[in-house]
Design a protein around this ligand. Sequence first.
Ligand code: FES
Length: 380
Amino acid sequence: MKFKVGASEKLDMLKFKNLGIEREKIINSSYIDAIKFDYKLNNLVNEIHPKEIKVKVANIINENLETKTFELKPINGTLPNFKAGQYIVLDINKNNHTYKRSYSISSSPKNLESYQITVKRVRNGLVSNYLLNDVKVGMEFTIHGPFGEFTYNKFRDMPDVLALVGGSGITPIMSLARAINDKAEDFNLTIIYGDREEKDLIFKKELDELASQNEKIKVKYLLSDEHSSVYDTGLISKDIISEYEIGKYSYFVCGPIHFYHHLNEIFKELDIPNKYIRHDIFKENEILRHIKHELTVLTNDEEITIPCYEDEPLLQALEEASIDAPRKCLVGVCGFCRSKLIDGKIRTDETSLREADKDYNYIHPCVSYPLSDVTIKLCK
Ligand code: FES
């Protein structure tokens, strides 16, 4: 059907145009000096949630051969409150570049004298190796946050939570367990914690103690690469999840990206609706740099071409070129790094890209890897 433009529509258009002229007149005659005072509320918000916090490494705990916990204390003032399950972003200055990495807080939200983050080594991982090999007590860092939605909410989540954990995904779950024990949270937490071998398990002693002292916390271990009479062997499976009454639990999934995909298939098979599932994914990339491409970056006023590699997310190439791209979670969840793919082929670890973004070629460079020369436009 063809839409006819009659007299009344033309009159409306004219009124609309005049409205624009009127609006411009009002803007031009308005008071244009910047507001000379700060809103008290803004000051309060900045105090409660500062954009950045300077911290010092107060203690380093060796959890196992490949994992350390770093205790970060504020250099001035106090640390912001956080909910168990949230993460901070750590700035790491190395080789004249600033790398940002997100780490879940593993300590209890009742302890605001310090935040603890627990880092496991990734083979050939740029940042984890630096943290584990070179960082010493007394070194200073800048952190941002805390951020994140991987938290318990009694209005949304069931009174019983089944935490499905892969490897160092235990860190935010440890914070949740500590929070329950400190009465900062109140729900029943059953943890199924899978790792390769017993020596890889982090926080085992404390988890066992919490489970023996607190009836709200239960823990079961599962080893994929070690046979033992003490532990179950294998991967978290449909049968294991089905042992816990479907419909009674919320599921908190935390682990590497392939673990998340594995469990998602199981949830589909078991018809568990998404509203019962929360997830926190982590990854650090093994840097091999075998295949090189070119990444052309368009911003509002410039075009820059830099090297990128098939095994590194595009965001890493931006960091190495000191291009300040927006970013936060680094795992494709927060949407802060959303950019438009103008040209080229990528593969992606996307877990939560919106349908509209797919249709219009938006990507998250933190989880997008080049398969050819690529051009992107940063959305700042
Ligand atoms: S930094 Fe969060 S989606 Fe990329």
